[in-house]
Design a protein around this ligand. Structure first.
Ligand code: SAM
Length: 304
């Protein structure tokens, strides 16, 4: 289950928001559930579903007050795999406390290593600060993966520099095809760098061996002759909807069975188990059969 902790963010990435106005609106709106309420929901969901992994996301989850307490609470509810997706902006100072609270691993979103391209993608400085955050997380003993959304004409020059950055640190990097979400719902094609194009560029420099796709995995992985590993999340070219086993909980307590559905289903803590069962079935019925269709809800709200 992915839990979006808040809809606020300290970056303004071009795939999430159309501009500063949308970011400001998001940052001033939407109350998040406090730690105790979120924990009560997660505990109940764990009783009703075979829930073994929780990924905390947002908005920017490192801005959520009480994050360490939340991680501790999820671990004591018996869920060992607690992971986080972050832009890494606040990671340098927070990494040790997150590890201590019981965080297992994190994905850091990094769309460029060149500062000018990073600013074009995120509307903010600075890439060095995020790299220091990645190093602090590694130093604290957290497992780290890098996620990069590839966008044609925006950061496609960064494919090899990012790959080399990750390989130099022994990290796995995953390249995401841009998804038809939010303000890009009807224009993602314009920016799409396909799995095939990514593989072609990397294949010009490295000998690649594919790995078999694991069940329910979002990414496919390849290894180079030197044993470095990278992945591609190909929502558009190779959708993985058919065996998707994810459920989403947003920051106001709505569940969604699918990113392509912006039909939030509200869960109330005073409702009965039977009522929750019905709502969970409804959420899971939102799953698409074949193709990722997206929605006009930004991942800032539903959680990336
Ligand atoms: N703020 C955190 C971060 O930056 O990792 C967590 C939330 S953010 C919505 C998580 C991730 O969602 C982004 O880094 C990006 O990988 C993904 N994302 C958001 N919108 C996307 C889109 N239209 N296409 C592909 N990925 C997208």
């Amino acid at each position: 289950m992915r839990v979006s902790l808040l809809q606020h963010c300290n970056l303004g990435c071009v795939y999430c928001v159309a501009g500063e106005d949308q970011l400001r609106q998001s940052n001033t709106g939407g109350e998040s559930l406090p730690v105790e309420q979120l924990l009560a929901m997660i505990r109940r969901l764990r009783e009703q579903l075979p829930l073994d992994t929780v990924r905390l996301t947002g908005g920017e989850p490192l801005l959520y007050p009480g994050l360490a307490a939340l991680i501790r609470g999820i671990r004591s509810a018996g869920i060992d795999a607690v992971r986080l997706t972050t832009n890494g902006f606040l990671l340098e100072r927070m990494a040790p406390a997150l590890k201590e609270a019981g965080l297992e691993a994190l994905n850091v979103s990094l769309d460029a290593v060149d500062e000018a391209v990073f600013v074009k993608m995120s509307r903010r400085h600075s890439v060095d600060r995020i790299i220091r955050g990645i190093d602090a997380a590694l130093g604290a003993g957290l497992k780290v993966k890098i996620n990069t959304v590839m966008m044609k004409g925006m950061n496609d020059s960064q494919l090899i520099p990012l790959l080399e950055f990750a390989f130099a640190r022994g990290l796995t990097i995953r390249f995401l095809e841009v998804m038809a979400m939010g303000h890009l719902h009807d224009q993602a094609d314009r920016f799409l760098v396909t799995q095939e194009e990514i593989l072609r560029t990397i294949g010009e420099r490295y000998q690649l061996a594919p790995e078999p796709r694991a069940a329910s995995a979002t990414a496919r992985y390849w290894t180079t002759e030197a044993g470095h590993r990278f992945g591609i999340i190909a929502n558009e070219s190779e959708p993985f909807c058919r065996d998707c086993d994810r459920l989403r909980l947003d920051s106001s307590g709505h569940i969604y069975g699918c990113l392509s559905s912006n039909q939030p289903i509200g869960l109330g803590l005073t409702e009965t188990k039977e009522e929750w069962d019905e709502k969970l079935k409804e959420a899971l019925a939102q799953k698409q059969e074949l193709k990722f269709v997206g929605s006009d809800l930004s991942m800032l709200y539903i959680g990336g």
